[in-house]
Design a protein around this ligand. Structure first.
Ligand code: NAP
Length: 275
């Protein structure tokens, strides 16, 4: 019987996960389909229980449900520590949840820099993406600084990490910290479609040896990345690879098969290029 997978979130119409996962099902010849379901926070419990009853094999979970979903599933320890999930597997009968966002971001950074340990990393944001990314970087021995609009969230996130601190988002503070950073990660939604001209950091705040990684993938080249180019930054990374790597990690959990990364990446970039 055809296996059904999907993504739940709100809004969900523009999610690229269906095109990414369906491309892999087709490539591997798996009798499976991946669909998008719009689910509000209020309906989340019913949706997860309903998915289990309907025999759905696996779900991705996205904004704004990643944190609340923890209440309705058994989650692996790492996801509990992060405080958010993005993947539910129903294969054991009970819903078991994981967070593959941090795994995806770590793989991207390991491909970009030779060593994470000891690197000074400035993460903009303290939401779901920032929590997952900072958890893995901190565990790898990076020296993480969290900068967030709501300072209290930044302070709380930093206090849950082993070797991290927090700052506000004002330009002077950010500029000084960037001067002394090896890696800058935008893990806020600033710059995301339709607010494509927005950025928290401009070219004159960056230096060429900084690695600049934007988790936002729509548009592929955000204003932040354009500014990084203007500053002569040599290592610039867009959010597509992270999307693909977190999706690949979820795919392995659900199917125990190795997905073709190139097929996933092409499927996503083809859609984004057309936009
Ligand atoms: P979230 O939990 O809602 O957090 C949003 C973050 O952005 C918060 O830190 C928020 O600050 C900050 N923010 C929002 N608007 C801002 C503004 N105008 N100025 C300054 N800060 C602002 O969202 P999320 O799940 O972390 O997702 C964040 C982004 O990452 C989204 O664009 C999402 O698509 C992307 N993402 C990409 C991947 C990938 O695989 N590439 C994976 C996950 C997420 P406050 O705390 O002050 O509200």
């Amino acid at each position: 019987m055809k296996k059904i997978y999907g993504i739940i979130g709100d809004p969900i119409a523009h999610s690229l996960s269906p095109v990414m996962h369906n491309a892999v099902f087709e490539k591997l010849g798996l009798d499976a389909i991946y669909l998008a379901f719009r689910v509000s926070k209020d309906e989340l419990g019913d949706a997860i229980r309903g998915a289990k009853s309907l025999g759905i094999s696996g779900l991705s979970v996205t904004i704004p449900l990643k944190e609340k979903a923890l209440s309705f599933v058994d989650a692996e320890e790492v996801a509990k520590k992060i405080g958010a999930i993005n993947t539910i597997d129903f294969s054991s009968g009970t819903p078991v949840a994981y967070n593959t966002d941090g795994i995806g971001s770590l793989r991207v950074l390991k491909e970009t820099v030779s060593e994470i340990k000891g690197k000074k990393v400035l993460i903009l944001g303290a939401g779901g993406a920032a929590k997952a990314i900072s958890f893995y970087l901190d565990a790898e021995g990076a020296r993480v600084t969290i900068a967030n609009r709501t300072k209290e969230r930044a302070a709380l996130l930093a206090s849950n990490l082993r070797n991290a601190n927090s700052i506000g988002l004002d330009t002077d503070t950010l500029t000084k910290r960037i001067e002394d950073s090896d890696i800058l990660i935008n893990a806020t939604s600033v710059g995301m479609h339709p607010h494509e001209d927005a950025t928290l950091v401009n070219a004159d705040m960056m230096h060429p040896d900084l690695v600049v990684f934007d988790v936002v993938y729509n548009p592929m080249e955000t204003k932040l990345l354009k500014e990084a180019k203007r500053a002569g930054v040599k290592k610039i990374v867009d959010g597509v690879k992270m999307l693909v790597y977190q999706g690949a990690a979820s795919f392995r959990i659900w199917t125990k098969e190795e997905p073709p990364i190139d097929v996933m990446e092409k499927a996503v970039r083809d859609v984004l290029i057309q936009d």
